[in-house]
Write a protein of this length. Structure first.
Length: 637
């Protein structure tokens, strides 16, 4: 029976393959719901193209381009394709840089204009704000840093960029700049468009619903200009759009002339979970999946708990024990590491895992939210990819590993520094060792240091190069500068303070006051190596036992609205207006994330819903019809 299941979506695979004809390419948008084998279809289609049309690719020097969202996904696809040289698999950042690398004059002009624009915005905020406040001091330092970078642009002959690094040398570009710059260059440079379609007559984008909207719009324009000679293949599912900077309603922007294959079978989930996720998305797009013929029934339970309960960790352990009883699966037993716990709101995970003070201020800044959840960005990278690995090596007394880290990126052991030291290089090494010992002593002190204190030590000793975004917080004289403005200089109140906290500078100022060890917990969370996980991290993954935790009270109405989704609270006037104008609402975002998390379950699923009134919530959920009455339990009455 399973063999028939594997052939269920054959028509979709045939449609994909027919579009990838180098003689008559046709663009396509593949709808592929959770667990539908999207990556397998992509890989099989590429293999067939390489087998049947590979000679043409080899003779012309052209390649099939494949863009994936993560480095792990890149590696997986490359391995499945046995590293075929006719296929170039990369992340969106690596792909973008491959297009614009070498356009040094254009990059310099673009950066010059961008920096002056940023400085103008900061000066405008400075003019409106109170002189002498911490925010004013930070803005002044940021202006100085940007002007310094602007003044140094003419001395840079070649710009560099690493898709996996933190890019903090003066000749490097950051991740956000590369994406926006590539979109702008593709819009303005016909030659770059021709280069793109000549190099990649077929360009396939996995998780296309999360591709940066600005870049996606440009790629759609390129496809329209070269239709018939260029294939743009978009693979994804709009219901699984996670990142805020993805293109909203992408499916509606797809031209009628495109191929629209659909994969309808879910090879991952048991039948009961598939029933649930079909109902979750019913009001969104009415797409439905079917289970495999050999799929198990599975178990789904909704546990409703009063949000007034303080010991949420204890209640969740009790629910896990109850799931063990219901399913007969002792791996659900309380405290088991075999459970994957997914909170629909990152702040809930941050609170449970102990990194809220560091995470929340940065998560509140919309422009850096995506990079924060991906663990990218120069500010984050200084801590997670330089300071933390060094601290880990020092704690383990692994001097070899510590030396490798310092040699790789520290200015203390740069070639120029060692060359200038001449026969006194041993002194440089001794100073570096002492600096490392000082860092270990700081982070090991009985009184836990703040992230700000660690940053100050790194700046003072020159251990690592500070990114521009953190430079305003490294100076030890900020308090003095603020004090010079008068006794009431710290009186940041009202709208100015609120606006400042929504800025990147304001977010970092608060985040750096968190204990340094919270950054380590944050790092484990975004890398997916804790019991808690992100919805970004688990997209495409699957787990036997999944516990999904939702709570409006804990989320504080930030981004999501579970009560509205579950029908226990009326939609607001703003929600209704956004719906009427076709704009995204908090209910839309919540529905998508609920779909993604529930669809990870291979065997059993427990949803823990913290509600103001559990009895009324249970009644509302029964009316909604997602869960059967016997599947809903009130816990901790």
């Amino acid at each position: 029976m399973s063999a028939d299941d594997d052939q269920f979506d054959t028509v979709a695979d045939e449609t994909i393959l027919s579009c990838l004809d180098l003689e008559k390419p046709r663009s396509l948008f593949l709808y592929a719901g959770a667990g539908s084998g999207k990556t397998r279809s992509l890989v099989n289609a590429i293999r067939t193209v390489c087998r049947e049309q590979g000679r043409r690719l080899s003779l012309t020097g052209q390649k099939i381009g494949v863009i994936t969202y993560t480095n792990a996904a890149c590696d997986e696809i490359k391995q499945r394709l046995e590293f075929d040289p006719r296929v170039e698999v990369s992340t969106i950042h690596a792909f973008a840089w491959s297009l614009i690398a070498g356009y040094n004059k254009d990059i310099r002009q673009w950066l010059a204009a961008r920096l002056l624009h940023d400085v103008a915005e900061l000066k405008e905020a400075q003019a409106k704000g109170r002189a002498g406040t911490k925010a004013a001091v930070d803005r002044a330092r940021s202006i100085e840093s940007k002007l310094r970078r602007h003044a140094g642009l003419d001395a840079i002959t070649r710009f560099v960029y690493s898709p996996t690094g933190d890019n903090r040398t003066r000749d490097s570009l950051n991740h956000a700049e590369v994406i926006v710059m590539t979109a702008d260059f593709l819009s303005a440079k016909p030659g770059l468009r021709r280069l793109l379609v000549t190099r990649f007559p077929i360009l396939l984008i996995d998780e296309s619903q999360d591709t940066n909207r600005r870049l996606m719009d440009v790629l759609l324009d390129v496809e329209a200009a070269y239709r018939g000679t260029f294939c743009l293949g978009l693979f994804g599912d709009m219901m699984q759009r996670i990142y805020a900077d993805g293109k909203d309603r992408l499916a509606e922007a797809i031209p009628e002339s495109w191929g629209r294959p659909r994969k309808r079978m879910n090879h991952r989930c048991p039948t009961r979970v598939i029933e649930l996720i079909n109902r979750i998305r019913q009001d969104e797009d009415r797409e439905e999946q079917v289970p495999r013929s050999d799929a198990s029934v599975g178990v789904v339970r909704l546990f409703v708990v009063s949000h007034a309960i303080t010991d949420k960790t204890g209640i969740e352990a009790a629910i896990a024990a109850r799931m063990a009883e219901i399913t007969g699966d002792q791996n659900w037993a309380a405290g088991s590491a075999a459970i994957k716990t997914l909170a629909l709101e990152h702040l809930m995970s941050a609170r449970r895992f102990g990194f809220e003070a560091f995470f929340e201020p940065l998560y509140s800044v919309e422009r850096i939210r995506t990079s924060l959840l991906q663990g990218t960005g120069a500010g984050i990278g200084l801590f997670t990819r330089e300071i933390l690995p060094l601290v880990t090596a020092l704690r383990a007394s692994d001097r070899f590993a510590a030396a490798a880290i310092v040699r790789r990126t520290s200015p203390l052991l740069e070639h120029k520094a060692l060359e200038e030291a001449g026969d006194r290089q041993s002194n440089v090494l001794s100073k570096t060792n002492a600096t490392c010992d000082g860092l270990l002593a700081l982070v090991s002190a009985a009184e836990k240091p703040t992230a700000r204190a660690v940053l100050g030590y790194v700046a003072e000793t020159g251990l690592f190069t500070l990114p521009d975004v953190l430079a305003p917080f490294a100076a030890a004289d900020e308090a003095a500068l603020v004090g010079e403005a008068g006794e009431d200089a710290d009186d940041e109140t009202g709208e100015e303070e609120e606006n400042d906290l929504k800025s990147e500078l304001g977010g970092w100022r608060l985040a750096l006051e968190a204990p340094f060890d919270q950054i380590e917990k944050y790092d484990r969370y975004v890398r997916g190596v804790s019991q808690f996980d992100t919805h970004q991290g688990v997209k495409g993954l699957e787990f036997p036992r999944v516990m999904v935790i939702v709570s409006d009270e804990e989320a504080r109405g930030f981004m999501f609205a579970y009560d509205k989704l579950f029908g226990t609270k009326e939609k607001s006037k703003t929600d209704l207006e956004n719906e009427a104008f076709g704009k995204e609402t908090t209910v839309d975002r919540t529905r998508r994330l609920f779909y993604v998390t529930c669809s990870r379950a291979e065997e059993s699923l427990a949803v823990v819903y913290y509600a103001a009134n559990p009895a009324l919530a249970r009644e509302a959920m029964i009316r909604q019809g997602w869960f059967k009455p016997e599947e809903i339990e009130i816990i901790g009455k």
